[in-house]
Design a protein around this ligand. Structure first.
Ligand SMILES: *Cc1c(COP(=O)(O)O)cnc(C)c1O
Length: 429
């Protein structure tokens, strides 16, 4: 597999872009090797600039539920662009997208559209603070809510991948208002709320955490968080940027039957464009300007092209889509599990509905420290062996794999063949 063109571009990129990438995990820093520069996507495949073809199990980190360049999405975005790419004035499409989100996720009684998950989470935190008049946030270690100051403390995703405990540039003041608790630990939550409850603006979580690999909630844990939020008067904040529209049309809250006060969605909702949203109880959302005093704004928010793509993708979300995605995920989980067993490799293929992740450890992790203690070198070997066999996984053991509706049986066969080889490569280390 040639990588000369990618290697040349990476060198050129590094001269003008820090680390050669516009988001850290893309640099292959934790797995080594040359990041592949992508020429194009074709349905379920990625094709790089050297002409290598991969089955895509990243799908832009989640947004592409239907693979690349799905025709309905392309048509909608193209049509919108021909009418003008941005107006800075309201459009019909924004109402339609807000209505579609609310229809899918009823706890979001009103929504506001923004441009990224980071922006949505940051704005929702300001809203929670503004509405409650309280400052502190309860955050789970290893959960990722974007890269705004208060939420970057002990975050997952690229922060975990690079082993950065927090980040220089985040002030002690911003960090001091974030109370950290291990995921799935009821005693720690109870103790933190006993101590900080009166100052707590929000309890934040990814209801199905997928930025410290995949660590599903223990039975009843989300309902317990609901009770604790009610006990303290804090806002319960579900970050469904990954799980929203991917686990189910109604997100993790529909699957687990727990209703938050504020929800953040991103990724799938934008159909592959920079679009995210936050929403929740109408009485909370009415604190936002211009109705209320909590300020939040955006020149390109509700961008008509992004909104058209989002609307087009959400229209495709029928119940059988989720059955199909679950089937595809199950097939991959079975193939991976069998391959590791055959190769005598100790690995956990963690599986929760339409999400799955690979952790090289003796038991499935229940919180961040157990993910951090896994064998990350084994993952790097596995990742590169899969890449060499033409399967593109996330270049970090803190991330999950994302299936799409574009994975046909031929793609599944390629994944199955690849994992047979890759599992043995890990076994031979
Ligand atoms: C990706 C992600 C974000 C950040 O979204 P961006 O669009 O990358 O800013 C926030 N929360 C979760 C759970 C995510 O997975």
């Amino acid at each position: 597999m040639g990588t000369e063109v990618s290697a040349g571009l990476f060198e050129r990129a590094r001269r003008v872009i820090p680390g050669g990438v516009n988001s850290p995990v893309r640099s292959f820093g934790s797995v080594g090797g040359t990041p592949r520069f992508i020429d194009r996507g074709e349905s379920g495949d990625l094709i790089d600039v050297d002409g290598n073809r991969y089955v895509d199990l990243v799908n832009s980190w989640g947004p592409l539920l239907f693979g690349h360049a799905r025709r309905e999405v392309v048509a909608a975005a193209t049509a919108a662009m021909q009418r003008g790419s941005s107006f800075g004035a309201p459009t019909l499409g924004e109402i339609e997208l807000a209505e579609a989100i609310i229809d899918a996720v009823p706890s979001m009684e009103k929504v506001r559209l923004v441009n990224s998950g980071t922006e949505a989470a940051m704005s929702a935190v300001r809203l929670a603070r503004g509405a409650t008049g309280r400052a502190k946030l309860l955050k789970f270690i290893g959960h990722y809510h974007g890269h705004s100051d208060a939420l970057l403390v002990a975050a997952g995703s690229g922060v975990a991948t690079l082993g950065i405990p927090g980040s220089p540039g985040v002030t002690d003041g911003a960090a001091a208002d974030t109370v950290l608790v291990p995921w799935n630990d009821r005693d720690a939550v109870t103790a933190a709320i006993d101590r900080h409850g009166d100052d707590l603006a929000a309890i934040l979580c990814e209801p199905v955490p997928a930025n410290m690999n995949l660590v599903p909630p223990a039975d009843g844990f989300l309902a317990f968080l609901r009770e604790q939020a009610d006990r303290s008067g804090a806002v319960l904040f579900f970050d469904e940027v990954i799980s929203g529209f991917r686990m189910a049309r109604g997100g993790a809250q529909a699957v687990h039957g727990v209703v938050p006060d504020i929800t953040v969605v991103g990724k799938v909702v934008g159909g592959g464009f920079p679009l995210a949203a936050f929403g929740g109880r109408a009485d909370l959302m009415d604190h936002l300007a211009p109705d209320g005093p909590v300020y939040q704004a955006g020149t390109l928010s509700g961008n008509p092209v992004a909104v058209a793509a989002g609307n087009a993708q959400l229209k495709l979300l029928t119940d059988d889509v989720y059955e199909c995605l679950q089937g595809a995920t199950q097939q991959i989980v079975t193939a991976f599990t069998d391959a590791f067993a055959q190769a005598g490799v100790t690995a956990q293929v963690v599986h929760h509905g339409t999400l799955a992740g690979v952790v090289f450890a003796a038991a499935a992790p229940t919180h961040y420290d157990e993910v951090a203690a896994a064998d990350h070198d084994a993952y790097a070997t596995f990742f590169h062996a899969m890449l060499d066999q033409g399967v593109y996984l996330a270049p970090s053991s803190y991330e999950v794999l994302f299936t799409s509706m574009a994975l046909d049986q031929a793609a599944m066969q390629r994944v199955q063949d690849a994992v047979g080889v890759a599992a043995h490569a890990v076994g031979r280390r």
